[in-house]
Structure formats: C-alpha cells, structure tokens
Design a protein around this ligand. Structure first.
Ligand SMILES: [Zn+2]
Length: 277
C-alpha cells in the first residue's frame, strides 16, 4: 500500500498504487543520519543544515504527538529529496501534485512501513517551507495500520505545522464555511476520503485544523492519536466517550461548532509553535 499526502491530494486522487518511487542508491545521498537520507541539488540548500533541521523537527513533532514508546529510530530511514525545478518535482510526485510544493509518500506492506519519502520543491524566498507539514505526515504514519491515519486527522495535524500565514487562511476558510452554510457535518468530515465538489476543499482543510485544535485542547495532544486509533477499531462514538467523555458524534458536532464560532476567523496558537509560532 502506498499513501501519498500533500496539499491537494484528496481532490486530485493522489492515493494511488501505480507510481513507483525511484529506488535510491546509497551513493547518491549527500548526507545521512540515523533517521534521514538527504539529496539536494548543486546551489540548493545546505544538505547538512537540512539534515539537522529534519532531525530536530522529527524529535519535536514526536514529543508533541507520540508517546515515548513510539519514538524509536526509523528503519527504513526517511528519504528527503529537494528539487530545483517544478519539472523535477513533478516527475517525482506525479502531475496531480503540480500545484503543491511538498509531498510525502509512505509505503507499507502487511502493516509494516517499508519506505518513507518526502519530496520538496525549493523556492528562493520560502526555501523548503513545506518540510514541517510533510514531516508531520511521516511522523504520524508510525502510529497507524499501514501508515494511514484518517484524512481529517492527518491533514489537521500536519496543517498545524504550516506557517502562521497559511494557518490563518485555513481558519478563515473554516469560518467562511460556517457562515455560508458550506461547512461539512462532522460525521462527513471524519469519514471523508475523496472530495465530491471543489468547495469542500477549503472547508475540509479549515475544519480539520479547527477540529484538531478543539480535540487537542481537551486533553494531552497525544490523546488525539489514541482517539483516532480507538475510532478505527471501535468507531467514533465509542472512541469519543472513551477518550474525551463526549457522547458521540452529534455532541461533538454541537461542541465543536460552538468552539469554532467563538474562535472566529483568527488562528489560535499552534500546539507546534516551536515550528510556526
Ligand atoms: Zn498534507
């Protein structure tokens, strides 16, 4: 199974099983560490600095979202490719991701992760700004069967690592969806795997971020991952009662909507503010 995550993966149907990630030879890496193998380009960002950033980010993200027993070294290591051009980036990630600047790919066989990969399109101004978001996807994958968290959780948590500007836009989208009546019902949001209309896209990302904020504020952030895991085994209603003492999806809907209206279009401080204050 292969799971690719990036900015617009759902509407573009990038959960695919056909594209094979290139097989990397050890000799081609610019630098390696316990958890990463980095390949950048001539004149691009420093491989050693990027490696330090990757290791530090991984450790910080694991501290927030995973419990101690899930924080072991990665085997296989995560391969990080930095691309100089859009053409090179698209060749690696597929045409469907043309509008994105970062992509992550997890391959799993019989519940075991056999490959971790991140592709980043370098930008002279923004550098490799998509790294925290994509690395969050890779960190979260460790806790889920076949490396696949539910979409709302995967994107909601990853979006927390986006820049403050990007997060502000997502919160604005959530608020606008509530105002216009285009907001997804929570029951829809929790189960959405493919978009059926374009207007669902901003609502989905904005609401996922807002719902992750709401739930993560109810208890320790790591409980959010326990919640998603419990929901995959026993359903959302039971998981809500077990983890958050919320009486099912309907009550979650009421409480989350109240919270989202009170928060308004402004972005609350991210739980991963060490990345994006
Ligand atoms: Zn993403």
């Amino acid at each position: 199974m292969q799971i690719r995550s990036c900015g617009l993966f759902l509407i573009l149907g990038l959960v695919h099983s056909l594209t094979q990630a290139p097989v990397a030879q050890a000799a081609e890496w610019d630098i390696e560490s316990a958890n990463f193998q980095i390949r950048t380009f001539r004149g691009g960002p420093s491989a050693s600095q990027l490696l330090k950033q990757c290791e530090a980010l991984r450790s910080d993200l694991q501290q927030v979202w995973l419990t101690a027993e899930d924080r072991g070294d990665w085997s296989p290591r995560c391969q990080v490719y930095v691309h100089a051009t859009k053409a090179s980036y698209q060749t690696a990630v597929g045409r469907g991701a043309a509008q994105t600047s970062g992509s992550s790919l997890i391959q799993a066989v019989r519940g075991e992760i056999i490959s971790r990969r991140i592709d980043l399109l370098y930008d002279a101004q923004k550098g490799t700004s998509a790294l925290p978001h994509e690395l969050t996807h890779v960190v979260l994958a460790d806790r889920f069967e076949n490396g696949r968290p539910p979409r709302w959780l995967d994107e909601g948590v990853a979006t927390m690592a986006d820049s403050p500007e990007k997060r502000m836009l997502h919160h604005r989208d959530c608020h606008q969806a509530l105002q216009s009546g285009d907001a997804l019902r929570v029951v829809q949001l929790l189960r959405l795997e493919q978009f059926t209309s374009a207007k669902q896209v901003p609502a989905f990302y904005g609401q996922s971020l807002s719902l992750v904020h709401f739930l993560a504020e109810q208890d320790e952030p790591t409980r959010l991952i326990d919640f998603a895991e419990a929901a995959s085994k026993r359903g959302y209603d039971r998981a809500l009662r077990e983890i958050y003492q919320i009486e099912g999806i309907e009550e979650l809907e009421r409480r989350w909507r109240k919270y989202a209206w009170e928060v308004g279009p402004k972005a609350p401080q991210s739980l991963v503010s060490f990345i994006a204050p």
